[in-house]
Design a protein around this ligand. Structure first.
Ligand SMILES: [Zn+2]
Length: 157
């Protein structure tokens, strides 16, 4: 089907849907029932027809991603900082290499975890809430323990 025909068909389907239902504009909240265009009359936003799923719950997915992405960001920044200290300021022997190794380990573990989460996201979304909760808890828990160890070593706690 040519792109123009498809767009015309989707526009007609959208108008049919909006003739039957009270659906708010996703941008401004204006009630779109009965409009004759594929643009919101209130704010001018272009409207699309899409399929969603109430089974797709992103809360645990976002928690798992943040659980590894935040320590990954910390690891990358601190690794760069300590690399500068070790290689350019030439501070050796005070444990900087050991701390750099720990930071690299944190960065690699969190990077691999983030890569796996992104690569296996459809498997995550398809699985049960219990499975998702377990994975999110593991991501946050392991990351919190690793980050706490690194921070404790950094500040000699
Ligand atoms: Zn609007």
């Amino acid at each position: 089907m040519p792109e123009g025909d498809r767009a015309q068909q989707e526009s007609e389907l959208l108008k049919q849907l909006l003739a039957l239902r009270e659906i708010p504009c996703p941008v401004c909240g204006y009630n779109l029932r009965g409009i004759e265009s594929d643009k919101c009359p209130e704010c001018g936003a272009k409207l699309d027809l899409r399929v969603g799923s109430s089974d797709l719950k992103l809360g645990l997915w976002i928690a798992a991603i943040l659980g590894v992405a935040l320590p990954l960001g910390f690891g990358v920044i601190m690794t760069l900082l300590f690399s500068y200290i070790v290689f350019f300021e030439r501070l050796h022997g005070a444990g900087e290499e050991y701390i750099l190794g720990l930071l690299l380990l944190l960065t690699i573990v969190e990077g691999v975890a983030l890569g796996l989460l992104l690569r296996k996201r459809k498997n995550f979304w398809r699985n049960t809430i219990q499975y998702q909760r377990t994975i999110a808890t593991m991501c946050i828990g392991v990351s919190a323990i690793l980050t706490t160890i690194v921070i404790a070593v950094l500040f000699n706690i």
